[in-house]
Design a protein. Sequence first.
Length: 181
Amino acid sequence: MRPTPRRIMGPERRLEAIAMTKDHACKDRARRTAHRTGASYTSARARTLHTHSAPTLPPVSGRPFGISVTADMTVAASAIGARLADCEPCLVSAVDRMTWGLPLVPAAMAASLPVELGDGFSPTTLAFCQTVPRHGHHEAYRFVIYLEEDELHDFITDLVDIWAYAIPQLIHLRAAGRSTP
């Protein structure tokens, strides 16, 4: 025969409720860490983060794009760093956050593409290259805001791949330019 659980009544019940409070500070810290590093909330909460070396991308002003918002490019930098490190879980997490985030981030990445594109990209990326002029900020932003979710996801994935390909080359060119008198 199983004993029946004892029901706590009176002041003891209040003490038990106090003991069961949630640690909101820990949750907030994990959310901030996940946002800052580009890692998933679960890994930030479990403190099992790993980091990738990523380029430092400065915040982007929305003025050239016709909006009054400044975009934090931390998630884009973490996505590029994850692509450079071939870390698929971090890349998926960062691309998902960019898909649901501010459309200014992919628009800024697309408007300032450092290389001409060839074949092998999604139809959305190819349509962007055919319809939006190079460094066309207004057009890039309008293109991004009208994309469906799956098109935007493919477009962001292509942008991350392009920037992951281009950044090491740009760093090499910059270093070569400084070393020559």
